[in-house]
Design a binder for this molecule. Structure first.
Ligand code: CU
Length: 154
């Protein structure tokens, strides 16, 4: 908090400094640098609902927040956490600076609801992730077997 206040004060005093800050390099300390890895959807057993998992890594010095998820195959995609064995819908998830946000079986997960068709193993589902700072990221999520687990690869 103290550091941010100091930066704002410097910007107000020197316009050039503010400009540099706004157009700064992608690896600047005040930016989130997001990438997505290990996306997958287990082939759904239900005709109208599917789960999805992925990892979002932030190499930047600023945190970000996943605020919404959508997909062409679903009328709605919701974000859930699992706490003490009970799942709860969340309106957003933090992606910490130099950290990760993990959606994995048994933990946080995406739920694809109101499926327009049931995705089959071998297909790919397009998923759009919207972040508070970084905007939108599009992910091609492969559909795996219903019992797939990334640690075993099958
Ligand atoms: Cu859920």
């Amino acid at each position: 908090m103290r550091r941010r206040t100091a930066v704002l004060a410097a910007g107000a005093l020197a316009g050039a400094l503010t400009l540099t800050g706004c157009s700064g390099s992608a690896s600047g300390p005040d930016r989130a640098e997001l990438s997505v890895s290990s996306p997958y959807m287990p082939q759904p057993v239900s005709a109208d609902m599917a789960a999805g998992f992925l990892t979002i890594t932030n190499k930047g010095g600023a945190g970000d927040r996943l605020t919404s998820v959508s997909s062409d195959v679903a009328g709605q995609v919701t974000m859930h956490s699992t706490e003490g064995g009970a799942m709860a819908e969340k309106s957003s998830f933090a992606v910490p600076a130099h950290g990760r946000l993990v959606f994995e079986s048994g933990g946080n997960h995406l739920m694809f609801e109101k499926l327009k068709h049931a995705p089959k193993q071998g297909q790919t589902v397009t998923v759009r992730l919207t972040f508070a700072r970084s905007g939108r990221l599009t992910v091609e999520m492969p559909v795996q077997s219903a019992t797939y687990h990334p640690s075993t690869g099958h």
